[in-house]
Design a protein around this ligand. Structure first.
Ligand code: UDP
Length: 389
């Protein structure tokens, strides 16, 4: 691999396919547009067509390239096959000078692999997250490790993520600790809400009642772990009639069918369709606490002072557990019920969780990423050598 240069006026191709990727690239995309040094273009692979597409308008982003890789209930290898079939055409049409990817999805890995084969530099946002367990999260742990081997510039949310990359022999001058752009987004969106969006929620409930917000979608939770999680939740929901429970269902049928059959029908639970991001931020801010296996929500909720109970056995966001804003409850009945009851029964514990600082960012991550990319461009004003294709 040669030494890469990017220049004023070059094209940066963002490739993404899932809702959280779009949420997290959005502030970087807009900052680059404002900075005007390199031109951002977006390829939406369509990996999560239903969840991502409505957010393009919400975030004021246009997909310059729209692929169609989503087929209901397709396997991971079928998804990869469709990505590798459709993405190269986009690269040929776009002729990017740099490829920017976020996180650890199949779309991100496919785009990084194709960029590498075309000798294009890759900037990786949210680099360095690790559980060191290739089965959890599955398949993301392996996808992100592979992306790290391909990327040229690595934007890490935290120092811990930087250390992970240094241990994998990534050159330190190519690693930048920036914070996570999810924190930029949640702070900005919450400020813009002005408290007036709740009446638009697609269901009726007594808003004076406190509520837990729940999301469950991880592939590795499917089957026995999800059965245990829903059993614990059912016990808890029945034992706490003074609380409501709001659960936007992920479109993945493997989890939503089980959740509907196990938790549906309870008077105080609302199983609803996925919400647009601003409404979801409103719910995160208003919730008594959040129960989730999501990655992004672990980063966002601490900025809204909402405690998070993580129903997974491992998290790559250990900084949140260390800071005190997240508690890792595992997937077993006893630990989940212990953590949930503690939140209600121990007021000092609840307050400590609410007040714990957010270790994942300060709302300035996109500024830093954009400044580093601009710096890279400016250092290349008088190049002596360019290994471009
Ligand atoms: N989210 C949303 N609407 C919802 C549920 C989640 O906008 O109904 C947002 C949430 O705020 C976070 C992201 O989607 O930014 C998390 O997505 P998900 O849990 O699917 O993926 P992960 O973060 O685990 O990769």
């Amino acid at each position: 691999m040669g030494k890469y240069h990017i220049y004023n006026g070059d094209k940066a191709l963002f490739c993404c396919g899932s809702r959280p990727e779009l949420i997290k690239i959005s502030p970087v995309y807009h900052q680059l547009r404002i900075a005007g040094k390199i031109t951002p273009l977006l390829c939406n692979t369509g990996q999560q067509k239903d969840l991502l597409t409505p957010h393009l308008d919400i975030f004021d982003i246009k997909a310059d390239f729209q692929l169609d890789v989503m087929v209901r209930e397709q396997s991971l290898d079928q998804l990869m096959t469709r990505l590798f079939t459709q993405l190269p055409r986009t690269f040929d049409q776009c002729q990017p000078d740099i490829v920017i990817i976020q996180g650890d999805t199949a779309s991100a890995l496919a785009a990084a692999t194709i960029a590498h084969t075309k000798n294009l530099p890759i900037a990786h946002i949210e680099a360095g997250l690790r559980t060191h367990d290739k089965a959890s999260p599955f398949p993301e742990e392996i996808y992100r490790k592979n992306i790290s081997t391909l990327a040229q510039w690595h934007f890490c949310p935290t120092e811990k993520a930087r250390q992970n990359l240094l241990r994998e022999n990534i050159a330190q001058e190519n690693i930048f600790v920036t914070g996570n752009t999810s924190v930029d987004m949640v702070i900005k969106t919450h400020k813009e809400l002005n408290g007036n969006i709740c009446h638009m929620l697609p269901f009726r409930r007594n808003r004076a009642r406190p509520f837990f917000l729940i999301t469950l979608h991880r592939r590795e939770s499917q089957g026995a772990p999800l059965m245990q999680i829903t059993t614990s939740l059912l016990t808890f929901i029945r034992s706490r009639p003074e609380f409501d429970f709001i659960l936007p269902l992920h479109p993945n049928p493997a989890t939503s069918h089980m959740i509907k059959s196990r938790l549906g029908g309870q008077k105080n639970i609302f199983l609803i369709a996925p919400l647009p991001y601003p409404q979801f931020v409103r719910l995160m801010a208003d919730a008594f606490a959040i129960i989730t296996d999501s990655g992004g929500i672990q980063e966002e909720a601490p900025s809204l002072n909402t405690p998070v109970i993580v129903v997974r056995n491992k998290t790559e966001r250990a900084e949140g557990v260390e800071s005190g804003c997240l508690r890792l409850a595992g997937t077993g009945n006893d630990t989940i019920l212990y953590e949930l009851n503690l939140l209600i029964d121990d007021k000092a514990h609840y307050k400590r969780m609410q007040q714990a600082p957010n270790p994942f960012g300060d709302g300035q991550a996109a500024d830093r990423i954009c400044a580093h990319l601009t710096d890279i461009v400016e250092k290349n004003h008088a190049p002596t050598y360019s290994p471009k294709r």
